[in-house]
Design a protein around this ligand. Structure first.
Ligand SMILES: [Zn+2]
Length: 345
């Protein structure tokens, strides 16, 4: 089976203006990545379908939905201080959600092994009642709710490795034990949420796991966190589907992030995610693009990620084994009560 990629040039029609970092140029970077000669015959290109109103309302309030619809045809509507809608944004935002739904359908119906959707605008900052942080609708949160409903899934893992905390997604599932939200992000970066102590509440206590990483951490530290926190907890949770909020703004060249990942680091992380998916849900994993603002880094990181998703083998590396020692022990302390795999023996 192949790797599905859900993409359309129509994502360029969401026009944020020339100086906005979340620019239409990002769509060209994705297109270049998908044309990379090392990948072309291994990918199955899928057209995104348009999400229905009822699907978007699985997460969002009617009020936000109407606010977005009202922006249609208008040159510029400010949905939030840094989140702008152009004339076509409302339409494109339906396609962005639909892209992730299309990817889920392809993976769940087993027409592809795994899939990567490239929606724009991104989604993980969008709250039920509010667009924010370049995000209009929360593509991944809606997709998780859709998968619960359509496929009767009881356990979904959302993994968010964007450099920014996925506050919108966290909020949607904060009281839910059916969706484990697991996020790595840069400590102190936008939007300021995502402390280790934010761990879900009520029924959902323990089902939010934040790993705020100090600026400057790179490949070895990320690999250590994935090896010793993300994969063990993921295996213990045993999801039936894994959704990945894949932002590439923790890359060392990214203008909005202070982390130090390289394209090889993204390959390493992806390898760990696939290992987790193979150990729990027959490899059923859907990646969805979030951030990533250096266009060259974005293109190359996507190529590296897709190479691993299509079966490229990873060289064994051991240089991460002692990395991020203090952070790993903090996470174990904060979450050991919920996950036996984090209790130090
Ligand atoms: Zn981001």
């Amino acid at each position: 089976m192949t790797t599905g990629v859900v993409f359309t040039e129509d994502f360029k029609k969401h026009d944020t203006g020339r100086r906005h970092p979340e620019s239409a140029g990002r769509v060209d970077a994705v297109a270049r990545a998908l044309r990379d000669p090392s990948l072309t015959d291994k990918l199955e290109l899928l057209e995104p379908r348009r999400a229905e109103r009822e699907e978007i309302l699985l997460v969002h309030w009617d009020r936000l939905y109407e606010e977005v619809l009202e922006s249609a045809g208008k040159k510029r509507t400010l949905l939030d201080s840094d989140t702008v809608a152009s004339a076509d944004t409302a339409e494109v935002a339906h396609l962005a959600v639909g892209a992730v739904l299309t990817a889920i359908e392809a993976v769940m119906d087993r027409t592809v092994q795994n899939a990567f959707a490239f929606p724009r605008p991104p989604g993980h900052h969008a709250k039920p009642d509010k667009a924010m942080g370049f995000c209009v609708f929360n593509n991944v949160a809606i997709a998780a709710r859709y998968a619960q409903k359509r496929y009767q899934l009881e356990r979904i893992l959302i993994l968010d490795f964007d450099v920014h905390h996925g506050n919108g997604t966290q909020k949607v599932f904060y009281t839910s034990p059916e969706v484990l939200f697991l996020s790595t992000h840069e400590l102190g970066n936008y939007p300021g949420t995502g402390d280790l102590g934010e761990l879900g509440k009520e029924e959902g206590e323990g089902f939010t796991l934040n790993v705020p990483m100090p600026p400057g951490m790179g490949d070895p530290e990320f690999l250590r966190i994935f090896r010793d926190v993300v994969v063990p907890v993921g295996l213990e949770f045993a999801p039936e589907l894994i959704l990945v909020s894949a932002g590439f703004d923790a890359h060392r060249d990214d203008p909005l992030g202070g982390m130090n990942l390289t394209r090889d680091g993204y390959a390493g992380i992806t390898h760990e995610i696939l290992r987790l998916a193979e150990g729990t849900c027959e490899g059923k994993v859907v990646f969805a693009l979030e951030g990533g603002y250096d266009l060259h880094a974005l293109e190359k990181s996507i190529v590296s990620t897709l190479a691993v998703m299509t079966g490229e083998q990873m060289p064994e590396s051991a240089d991460f084994e002692k990395a991020a020692e203090e952070l790993v022990s903090e996470v174990r302390q904060a979450h050991g009560a919920y996950w036996s795999s984090l209790r130090e023996s």
